[in-house]
Design a binder for this molecule. Sequence first.
Ligand SMILES: NC(=O)c1ccc[n+]([C@@H]2O[C@H](COP(=O)([O-])OP(=O)(O)OC[C@H]3O[C@@H](n4cnc5c(N)ncnc54)[C@H](OP(=O)(O)O)[C@@H]3O)[C@@H](O)[C@H]2O)c1
Length: 336
Amino acid sequence: MINPFALGLHFLRSQLRSLAVPSTSYAGRTVIVTGANGGLGLEAARHFVRLGAARVILACRSTERGEAAKADIETSNPSPAVIEVWPLDLCSFDSVRAFCCRADQELDRLDVLLANAAMLSLDSTKMAEGYEMQVTANVISNFLMVLMLLPLMKRTAARWNVETNVTVVASEAHFFTRFVQKDQPQIFESFRPGSAMEERYGTTKLLDILIAEELAERLDAGSAGASPVIVNTANPGLCKSSLFRDVFFIGRILVASMVFLLGRTSEEGSRALMAAATGGRETQGKYVDSGKVDSPSQLVQSKEGREVRQRVWGELMTILEGIEPGVTLNVNQGPA
Ligand SMILES: NC(=O)c1ccc[n+]([C@@H]2O[C@H](COP(=O)([O-])OP(=O)(O)OC[C@H]3O[C@@H](n4cnc5c(N)ncnc54)[C@H](OP(=O)(O)O)[C@@H]3O)[C@@H](O)[C@H]2O)c1
């Protein structure tokens, strides 16, 4: 049962938390930021460059917008970092596969994967790869990418004796979803037609949290309790960005008013993503809310949530095997 008063207080507490400017060095590190051409992704990529990363890959669905972002970062940060724009469209499994194969072949290390790209839409007719578009982009493709990049991240950890970090950007919106599909016999199948669109974005973010928790547990279980690959989720809070561009007019006015009163700039929001990406072992499997490990929604923490998590994980692994046979073995295999 969603308690609006408690949720409102939770939102305010998190939103009013101040976020320190990131200062951890990334010297010598290689980083991928998806959706890096604008909003929080662009600002996070700018921080990584400023903090000395050797190689920063801007993974963008529009190369043109990616190149503009690269020029913008280079102007604000004259640094020796190699900034590259690589195409990645999370609405296409072929694009995700091509991106990950390229990373596996061309990168000698991958220290941070900031899975930031996502979309928000209320349009039930927009489909991609047979699923409603947000489910494809925000969930299925995101974890196809994570699992395909795991061997490279495990190799990086083993070769340089470092922890590597996957941060999946979640949202406070996951608190507000009833997740009506959880009662269906096949959860992902029920996302094929668009329904309950008012809570769809929040549901995709809830799924991200459930899957990231399960993945982190499994990685730890396969590494004597201490996987060198850290997987966490990050909530940047309400921020000014283009995320709400497809929301209907009145909705946009409402969001714009909230952002005006309480919102962070994209740069401030990106600090929350940086905090999670730098969080280390204490953030393994955790929800990092505005820079601090915090509790996700009651559903995630409940017995029912843990059962749903198992079902979601099982269904997702079947889907991912259908897209890229053998990819699920990457969770348990050691560094290749
Ligand atoms: N802004 C907020 O208040 C807020 C709050 C909580 C969580 N978040 C999360 O923060 C993250 C960043 O969002 P933002 O606020 O910075 O929004 P944004 O400005 O809309 O940025 C989203 C990024 O994702 C990219 N993207 C969208 N669909 C894609 C696809 N199919 N393939 C590849 N890239 C795609 C966008 O590329 P294009 O420019 O080509 O569309 C853009 O670069 C998201 O995960 C969002 O859910 C935001």
